[in-house]
Design a protein around this ligand. Structure first.
Ligand SMILES: [Zn+2]
Length: 359
């Protein structure tokens, strides 16, 4: 994710913080100072840091469970609206998806119970001492926040945790695409209610924004599920591009641009001798045009570490990997030899054609 920076690793999973999250900290510190909170801005910032630590624990629960089922987790990202676990894919087995989804809210509810106890204990032991309210007050705040986090996420509003549990439960009884459609409809209905409830009843812009995210997120997931279902069991060889131009590491950027200008192709595999040594997707070419000269050799700008697929992989598998890693171009290889290439446009084209053919 752009504008996010890695701060540490937890159990090997990078924890990244989005810059807008730091603005949120500043905002709370200023609000805390202005409102004359008993312990000032420091208290306000400490609270928000602890709240987000609880969000990280929630996400970590999802991530570790997903990893347990062999799903690669790229990072946990902290945004002002909460945390996101960037998984490469959700497990296809509905029972596994249920477990990966439900463990987050359960963790939050467990934390809530823990902070409730801490608030009780500290209130009794610290009463009468200076700073006495500091501990219990903070703990009861964290109790409420974790309780809300647990209950809010368990709402059956797909793609939130509860909605994924619902989809998983439905998918044990019906086909996955049908289960997703039902979960999406319920999720979007809840999102619409949430939006109006937030705007007119609670006067909460925050809830309305979350509702919009849920609505759009549900739509996106439905689309992705349908594409994956259509691509299932399709060998990658059936959809890959085979008439492709390649470039060599010593070619200049100018010559690549020249090639791109006179054909439909804008992504190029870089081939040396018989093997693929790099990739030159259009994003890199566009960026290089602005940043370097036309004489720059391909070897200096190409992506040297890249994902490739073999001829026996299926299209849905390759598509899922591309989505999970946010990449648009994959060479299909045998050993190291280039057999073909697949990009997102080609997958879209194939998908549209097979939908038409199936009608
Ligand atoms: Zn969650």
């Amino acid at each position: 994710m752009k504008w996010s920076y890695q701060v540490t690793r937890l159990f090997g999973i990078p924890l990244r913080i989005h810059v807008t999250f730091l603005l949120l900290l500043l905002f709370f510190a200023m609000a805390g100072a202005r409102a004359g909170e008993p312990y000032g801005p420091l208290y306000a910032v400490a609270t928000i840091v602890l709240v987000f630590a609880c969000v990280v624990v929630h996400e970590l629960a999802h991530s570790l469970m997903a990893r347990h089922y062999g799903v690669n987790v790229r990072a946990i990202v902290l945004l002002p609206i909460g945390g996101v676990s960037q998984m490469e894919a959700m497990p296809e087995d509905p029972k596994q998806e249920i477990k990966v989804s439900v463990v987050g809210p359960l963790t939050s509810l467990t934390l809530a119970a823990l902070f409730y106890l801490l608030a009780l204990v500290t209130e009794q032991t610290l009463s009468g001492k200076s700073f006495a309210t500091f501990g219990p007050e903070m703990f009861s705040k964290l109790f409420w926040i974790n309780l809300m986090l647990g209950l809010f996420n368990i709402l059956p509003a797909f793609p939130m945790d509860g909605g994924r549990v619902l989809r998983g439960v439905l998918a044990t009884r019906m086909e996955q695409v049908r289960a997703t459609k039902v979960a999406v409809e319920i999720g979007q209905a809840i999102a619409i209610l949430m939006f109006f409830f937030g705007i007119f009843y609670l006067n909460s812009l925050w809830l309305a924004v979350i509702a919009v995210f849920i609505y759009l997120g549900a739509e996106g997931e439905e689309h992705a599920t349908m594409i994956r279902a259509a691509l299932r069991n399709v060998p990658v060889t059936r959809a890959m591009l085979t008439r492709i131009e390649t470039v060599a590491p010593q070619d200049s950027l100018g010559s690549v641009v020249e090639k791109a200008c006179h054909s439909l192709q804008a992504d190029f595999p870089v081939v040396e001798g018989d093997s693929v040594v790099g990739l030159l997707p259009k994003e890199i070419i566009f960026a290089a045009i602005h940043e370097t000269s036309r004489e720059t050799p391909v070897s200096q700008i190409m992506r040297k570490e890249f994902l490739s697929a073999t001829r026996d992989e299926t299209l849905d598998h390759v598509f899922q990997k591309m989505q999970g890693q946010g990449i648009s171009l994959v060479p299909i290889v045998e050993g190291n030899r280039l057999m073909g290439m697949i990009n997102l446009e080609q997958i879209g084209k194939y998908h549209m054609m097979c939908e038409l053919a199936g009608r």
